[in-house]
Design a protein around this ligand. Sequence first.
Ligand SMILES: [Zn+2]
Length: 321
Amino acid sequence: MKKVITFLLSLALLFAIIYSPDMMERGADIENADLEVHYIDVGQGDSILIKSKGENMLIDGGKRSSSERVVSYLKDQGVEEIKYMVGTHPHEDHIGGLVAVLDTFKVENIMLPNVISDTIIFEDLLDAIDRKGLKIKKPNILDEIKLGNAQLKVLAPNSEKYSLTNDYSIVLRMDHGNNSFLFTGDAEKKSEEEMVQNNSRFLDVDVLKAGHHGSNTSSTDNFLDAVKPKYAVISVAEKNSYNHPDKEILDNFAQRNIEVFRTDRDGSITVMSDGKNISFNKKLASISAGEMFSNIGKSISAIKETFIIKYITAKVNPENM
Ligand SMILES: [Zn+2]
């Protein structure tokens, strides 16, 4: 038993050394930030929590295997109610974790694009929505959503039918004072083209969530010319089987002086905004050193979960998610 404890303690110590606590990337903490955007590290997938003035929005929930991670992240953030839940499109790496979130938290509104998927996870999501007695809202172009001190606007999908599920992705622009964000889901070239054609005046933002995990199916030149982001966030797993993000895209971002944050390297990324300034926090591990020591058992299971996620990512390579 003593050996086990010593082993666990050294393991915890090792992780405490490897994973430093939060690191400020840019400037000092903004004192009166009334908007936080959390790009949660869910491995290969997307999950973004937005908080403003006690109101919460969740855009995507990662894979089903990330359910526990997303739920505990939201709990750590003091989330009790979610005013808006958005499933950008019905791929498992975006809607997988939403079922557990629906079963854990009070959700007031849910928005999904007008497309169905012949998958168990999609069926499970519809069942969970039913259990909660929610009615699915469909996105309409330029619909506005108010969240605390922030305003969001629907910019995609612009068409009724697409050949690719990714192009059904709900794309949202968010304004908070002078700071602006674009959440793109996995929207690809076709949808980017439509956004540039129909509403390019709304595309110019500070922070772009790079479409489709930094794949070269997205972030086209015309789109980037219109978005003109200062920062790009790529939500992606380390050593994923899709080779995301694409080198060509990273080179293009570098050439355009767009500073890139990546969940595979930076862990969960938090952006704070007071309407004038934005700051980036990188959290290198979802679990901080302090939490490690306070609950070693929990940490071990979290570490195990990381390995399981990596294992599944390496094994499964279905439709281009
Ligand atoms: Zn995806």
